[in-house]
Write a new protein. Structure first.
Length: 479
């Protein structure tokens, strides 16, 4: 009887609830439709974090730039890319965690209903901003690997996308960047508080877009100076004009939203990294005031001493990274005012019309760098007065002068530091013991998993890089 009553109650319950059956079977905690804006937030955070990362499974560029040396495990400083599958993880983050989310965000934005006046303009702003980050990401992939999927990438019906040539991808993303710029309307809003870089400020995104265009144009300068000149001269007067416009992302004091350096240098409890002797020695020779801003003196001395690059180093015997790099709230950097000043200095040195001289932009780049890291105007003036620093008297031709100072300023941007060396072949790097200068990577090898899943296309691309040799150069590296 008891079971019979329960059966009747169940029948009654089902009869009463059939009208709400769909609602009852909807998981409200895991909606089937994802809002567009959080996808943008996720993509932007993942991009900045990947570029800021120092975890050697994901980002080894501070090591390739010879800013940092290692203590116990110097494999990455000796250019072992395979053991940790570093190319695979880098490739995965930039495609799966950045580009896929950006693409899905744009798709959802295009499906949103326009209700109020201005909605369409806001949507266009958002799509334009997505395009800027897509351009930045594809340019980064090209600069790392050389050739990557682009024209057939992220298409559901194409399982094995072809690897486009890097030069062709640059042509495509420069067009995409112009299209994105045309979409931006500064008198309308965008992502607002869900934009972790600019808080929805469209004017700053526009300045970033032109600064990125300047950067891409300068990448082409050695291989096609006329084309580079046209690109740069169309952008230079709309780039960052103030450090406040820099594309920085603020991290927070509590996990899991801290700067990744904090996670790896502090929370890990490990002492894996030291300033490298490469940069410490160069800055010592220049009596550079940023030494005390970048790292401390060796314990028990008043000297800055870098760990030997590519070797095992005892942590206690060398200088250590300054406390600023141990702070959870240290901002992540995509592209900043300092870098733009050095790009303009290079453009001016090449004879491009960019509204100023190489010396003026060079001086401004050094000034911006010193002040950003907490130095004083007096230190700026004293440093620029040195004959081995002043643009007119510093050692070497314009390439060497600009390269050395730009590289020093990029101490917390390992990827651009490595790229600066690839472009200029300055400063002079220290090859690890048993290797030569020619063994320092000019690119990263293709991901092992890609060779398995997309074998024919990877194999074809590999033939353009001396059978996927990391010593082979990407298309813009002509030296």
């Amino acid at each position: 009887m008891k079971n019979y009553i329960l059966f009747l109650l169940l029948i009654g319950f089902l009869a009463c609830s059939t009208d709400n059956f769909e609602d009852l079977n909807t998981d409200k905690k895991n909606p089937s439709t994802i809002p567009a804006n959080p996808l943008f937030t996720n993509a932007a955070v993942n991009l900045v974090t990947q570029m800021s990362e120092c975890e050697v499974n994901y980002n080894v560029f501070r090591l390739y730039a010879q800013y940092w040396s290692q203590t116990t495990y110097p494999d990455e400083s000796q250019y072992n890319m395979v053991t940790r599958n570093i190319p695979d993880k880098t490739f995965e983050v930039l495609y799966a965690n950045v580009l896929v989310d950006l693409q899905e965000c744009e798709k959802l934005l295009n499906q949103e209903e326009v209700v109020l006046s201005g909605d369409e303009e806001v949507r266009e702003n958002k799509i334009g901003i997505i395009g800027i980050l897509e351009v930045f990401t594809y340019a980064t992939l090209v600069d790392i690997f050389g050739d990557v999927p682009y024209s057939e990438a992220l298409q559901e019906d194409i399982i094995q996308p072809k690897y486009d040539k890097g030069e062709d991808i640059y042509t495509g993303i420069l067009l995409e960047l112009d299209e994105s710029i045309a979409k931006l309307k500064t008198n309308f809003t965008s992502f607002g508080s869900e934009d972790p870089i600019y808080g929805g400020d469209v004017e700053k995104w526009l300045a970033l877009a032109y600064s990125l265009k300047l950067k891409l144009g300068m990448r082409l300068a050695d291989m096609d100076s006329d084309r580079a000149k046209a690109i740069v001269e169309s952008a230079y007067d709309k780039v960052f004009t103030d450090p406040s416009q820099s594309a920085l992302m603020q991290y927070y004091s509590a996990s899991p939203n801290t700067n990744p350096l904090y996670e790896n240098l502090v929370l890990s409890g490990r002492n894996d990294f030291l300033p490298a002797n490469t940069i410490v020695d160069i800055m010592n020779d220049l009596n550079d005031p940023r030494r005390a801003l970048y790292y401390d003196v060796k314990s028990g001395t008043d000297e800055f001493v870098g760990g030997v690059y590519g070797e095992v180093n005892a942590y206690s015997l060398y200088s250590h990274l300054a406390s600023v790099f141990l702070q959870p709230t240290l901002p992540g950097n995509l592209l900043d005012y300092t870098e733009v000043q050095f790009l303009l200095a290079e453009a001016a040195a090449r004879g491009y019309n960019v509204g100023g001289t190489a010396s003026e932009y060079y001086n401004e780049g050094i000034k911006a760098s010193i002040l950003f890291w907490g130095g004083s105007q007096e230190q700026v003036d004293d440093y620029l007065a040195q004959t081995n620093v002043a643009y007119e008297t510093a050692e070497g031709d314009w390439r060497q002068k600009i390269a050395v100072q730009k590289w020093i300023s990029l101490f917390n941007n390992g990827f651009e530091g490595w790229t600066t060396w690839r472009i200029f072949d300055y400063p002079i790097f220290n090859p690890p013991s048993g290797l030569t200068i020619d063994d320092i990577p000019k690119r990263m090898i293709f991901p092992v998993e890609e060779a398995t899943l997309n074998g024919p296309n990877v194999k074809e691309a590999a033939t353009r890089y001396n059978n996927d040799n990391y010593r082979a150069t990407v298309f813009w590296d002509m030296n």
